[in-house]
Design a protein around this ligand. Sequence first.
Ligand code: SF4
Length: 263
Amino acid sequence: MARGANPDHRTSARAGARSNGLVLYRGPSRLDGRSIVAVLTGLRRRSRNAKTGPMLQTWILRERVDPVRAAHTGADASVCGACPLRSSPSISRRCYVNLGQAPLAIYAALRRGAYPRASDAARIQAAAAGHAVRLGSYGDPAAVPTWIWTALVSRASSWTGYTHQWARSDFDARLLDLCMASVETDADIADLRARHPGARYFRIRRPGSGLARGEMQCPASAEAGHRLGCAECGACAGRSKRGRSISITAHGAVALRFWLPRA
Ligand code: SF4
């Protein structure tokens, strides 16, 4: 393989129709212009995540930096932007995604050429038709052009998505039609309402605190008795759903990690 060969030609030559994944996007990050890749997985082997239920997953990765190294060096800004759960010089990373597991395995598969690239919007639409899909299992959907997500969900049975990038001046507000705005504080909620009236949000709240006005309890939460998984619920789909904003209580290690001081 010659260095610099088109990676899409490389993947299409090796990856057949039976691949478990599909490259949805390969190009500059909308967050910082660096090269990123968005991959859809679960086409052959569905996720067994207990909270979400069976959903296709999407992973947003740096093109040539593995996700563990990207998080250590700050190169993950291309896929996570200003997410407060990234590491900083003074605060360690607190995101719940274990980068050494699925993201690293998917990056390795990508580098091996395991995933063909979707040639156009019709292929992206067909890939998720009739399935539940999660936008940004790792990485922020705002790093990828919105039309990719619009195509992906157009024939999906349900989807979920979350973005932390809504306060950026260059944020594509159309993404809030598909995704929840991730918020952490009352100040975030006020800022969101000022910037994007009508946007729905997802808030992880402190143990012992109640729901705010206009919020509903996530039905997958312990408090709600784990009534539904995301695949069935599908409430976290931005303004495409007319319901309330969503809140869930942080538990255990997530709670401890989440409420550490911010950088
Ligand atoms: S509200 Fe529904 S879609 Fe959102 S996290 Fe909870 S179960 Fe998943």
